[in-house]
Write a protein that binds this ligand. Structure first.
Ligand code: P6P
Length: 340
């Protein structure tokens, strides 16, 4: 029987470390936890409630929107506006930033989120996830909140986390004081602490990548991944390839077991002009904060993800994330084989 250490209690005890805290940050995290429970319920009932399938619309990413993408976005956006703690938000499912209407209380925080990452897998009952990133508002309370509030480097995040809709529903987050994992007990509707102070192994022997894109990667990335399949027992090679095709699920496994997730730029759709896929503000940055808090590393191949100055709300970046030694070895291959 797990001790009944709920997410709410953990958030409140974290607040006690800040004597001047107003409770806004605590309140915002609790609203996100509530949204997580609602989305979890809808994802779990999707097959039964005919929530599966596409909405017929295409989002700003050019991706077909699943019905649950829109549902998850609407739940999060509604609760964030109603919380009164938010000035603005950025969502994968909305072309532009969402400014809290001026007839609602506007708070001192900003949230960027991917409401339901990996949703194209839903019809196959494969795990999906919600990813969120919390930033301090930079516009003054006398100014209109704007997109620059959303577009801050990842180092400015005050919290980040994800909800994994897997065999269990997990809420994993950090406020800069370690990474903590909670598992939803649906019988009491509470997230219970099951993974306190998660630390990722310095070196892992799992890698996650879509090898179908190998021909379209840069030379350094290709050589790195080919070498992971060598017979080199001293370095735990050949590694095991584990690729769910759902970022939160792949990231979570590597966080606990050790390893590296790679989504390099590829020239599949644009010969000679490699393009990245994953989004900086609501995928790479929050996961980068989590992995660094857990002792790992997140890079675009040359720079720390958290140091990148955003150029757009839906900016995409190459992402190499996981155990520190694995990411640094990948970077050494890029430095050795690619003239930047
Ligand atoms: P591919 C899902 O669309 C996603 O954004 C991540 O969750 C996942 O890791 C990746 O894309 C899968 O992309 O090109 O391998 O299907």
């Amino acid at each position: 029987m797990f001790e009944l250490f709920t997410l709410n209690r953990h958030i409140l005890e974290t607040q006690r470390a800040f004597p001047h805290a107003t409770g806004s940050f605590t309140g915002l995290l609790q609203y996100i936890a509530t949204a997580a429970k609602v989305v979890a319920r809808e994802v779990r009932q999707a097959n039964l409630a005919e929530h599966l399938g596409t909405s017929g619309a295409v989002n700003v990413q050019g991706e077909v929107q699943q019905k649950l993408d829109i549902l998850a976005h609407n739940v999060l956006a509604k609760l964030m506006v109603e919380s009164g703690y938010l000035a603005a938000m950025g969502s994968e499912e909305e072309d532009h930033e969402i400014i809290t209407p001026n007839d609602h209380r506007r708070g001192q925080y900003v949230v960027n989120f991917d409401p339901l990452d990996g949703s194209s897998n839903l019809d196959a009952n494969i795990p999906t996830g919600t990813i969120f990133s919390i930033l301090p508002r930079i516009s003054s309370s006398k100014e209109e909140p704007n997109v620059t509030d959303c577009m801050q480097p990842g180092r400015r995040q005050v919290a980040a986390g994800y909800i994994l809709y897997g065999s269990a529903t997990m809420f994993v987050y950090t406020t800069g004081a370690g990474v903590h994992g909670f598992t939803l007990d649906p019988t009491i509707g509470e997230f219970l602490l099951t993974h306190p102070n998660i630390k990722t192994p310095d070196y892992g022997t799992y890698y996650s990548a879509n090898l179908g894109n190998r021909l379209f990667w840069s030379e350094g990335v290709r050589r790195y991944l080919d070498d992971l399949n060598l017979d080199d027992k001293e370095h735990g090679k050949p590694f095991s390839c584990r690729y769910v095709g759902s970022l939160v699920a792949d990231f979570h496994r590597n966080l606990l077991y050790g390893g590296i997730y790679l989504y390099p730029s590829d020239s599949k759709a644009n010969p000679g002009k490699p393009k990245p896929k994953l989004r900086l503000l609501y995928e790479a940055n929050p996961l980068a904060m989590l992995v660094e808090q857990a002792g790992g590393k997140a890079s675009d191949g040359h720079r720390h993800i958290l140091d990148i100055v955003p150029q757009g709300l839906h900016q995409r970046v190459p992402l190499f994330i996981g155990s520190r030694q694995n990411v640094e070895e990948l970077e050494s291959y890029i430095n050795r084989y690619e003239r930047s």
